[in-house]
Ligand binder design. Structure first.
Ligand code: GDP
Length: 354
């Protein structure tokens, strides 16, 4: 199997979402040719978007041979990573994430910055379909030469999302992107996973029918470095303004997500672009502050170590459940636990003893 077959790269690249630098799949010879480790590394470091796309496909692959090559590639790329600003963006479906990211991304490319957007699509593992894949998203941004947009398939597990997205961030950084935006739909635990891999976390919200904020959980608000109230335009402006005042009150009582930084609530209209430059200025203020306080450095170091522990945990778990003895005994022990015949702890110890 070629290394880019496993993750369904072709199905993710929608007509019209391909960044201008990326050649159509069937046209360019390099997409047909198997790339060596040297080809991958040289292409990524030379900021070649087509090799970047293939390198991400490689790190996303679940095949053992691809994973081995991917780890070699990541080891080569690691010295060239760490310079980008890693920004997480979440919000409920319909909050306007893709509209916002498009406006925000275009603001950055206008400033001469290169921006990569990695969009996690949680639906692809659940339904086999896709929230993100069925509409052409961020069309205007995808046409900007400095932009790269890549939906990140969820691979069936949260651990899968996390590994693939984290590694995709590193590959994009090595390819010279200044800002990496990781988008996640605010429907589950994804926010916590994304928070753990970015420097700065932005929660996009909308006002409800009254002045209340819609559908967002307190736990998610606590993760935010900036709250952005979207759709502050037209008839909705008074409601958005009231929601902003409400959020400022709420924030007053919450612990800030980042030590030494005060989370604020900003108004934007992703449709008209009003307020979007203000979000970028707030972002830059955050990075200045977090660098000064040392919080940025501390967070990245802690994230890298936590990530290593998460990988150890995941690997142990996989090996445990793959063990033939465990596979054999598990059904009967599960039944005994369900029937109340065996305490859960005793059952767990017995299985771990295998
Ligand atoms: P997502 O599901 O969070 O990615 O949301 P979308 O970006 O697809 O936006 C959902 C709907 O809200 C679309 O119809 C957008 O046109 C609309 N929308 C997004 N941002 C704004 C905005 O700032 N103002 C208004 N009025 N509509 C917006």
């Amino acid at each position: 199997m070629p290394e880019d077959a496993g993750a369904g790269f072709a199905t993710w690249i929608l007509e019209g979402t391909r960044p201008s630098g990326i050649a159509p799949p069937n046209q360019a010879a390099p997409r047909r040719r198997t790339l060596s480790l040297d080809d991958y590394a040289a292409g990524v470091l030379a900021h070649d978007p087509s090799v970047l796309g293939r390198a991400i496909t490689l790190v996303e692959s679940n095949a053992a041979a691809h994973q081995a090559l991917a780890q070699q590639l990541l080891t080569r790329l690691l010295p060239h990573t760490g310079r980008a600003q890693r920004i997480g963006i979440t919000g409920i479906p319909g909050a306007g994430k893709s509209t916002f990211i498009e406006a925000f991304g275009c603001e950055l490319t206008r400033r001469g910055l290169k921006v990569a957007v990695l969009a996690i699509d949680p639906s692809s593992s659940v339904s086999g379909g896709s929230i993100l894949g069925d509409k052409v998203r961020m069309e205007k941004l995808s046409r900007q030469p400095g932009a790269f947009i890549r939906p990140s398939p969820s691979g069936g597990s949260l651990g899968g999302v996390t590994r693939k997205t984290r590694e995709a961030i590193l590959v994009c950084e090595a390819a010279g992107y200044d800002v990496i935006v990781v988008e996640t739909v605010g429907v589950g635990q994804n926010e916590v996973a994304v928070r753990a891999m970015v420097d700065y976390f932005l929660v996009l919200m909308i006002a409800g029918a009254g002045d209340e904020v819609q559908g967002i959980k307190k736990g998610v608000i606590e993760l935010a470095d900036t709250l952005v109230i979207n759709k502050a335009d037209g008839d909705n402006l008074p409601r958005a303004t009231a929601a902003q005042a409400e959020m400022k009150r709420v924030l007053h009582y919450l612990h800030p997500a980042t030590h030494g930084w005060t989370t604020d609530a900003l108004l934007v209209s992703s449709l008209t672009g009003a307020g979007v430059p203000g979000v970028w200025e707030e972002t830059q203020e955050f990075f200045r502050t977090a660098r000064q306080t040392g919080e940025l450095e501390r967070r990245r170091r802690a994230q890298a170590v936590e990530w290593m522990h998460a990988l150890i945990g995941e690997s142990l778990r996989t090996r445990f459940y793959a063990s033939p003895a465990v596979k054999l005994k598990l059904p009967q022990i599960e039944l005994a636990v369900a029937n109340g015949e065996k305490p859960a702890l005793a059952a767990a110890m017995e299985l771990l003893g295998q």
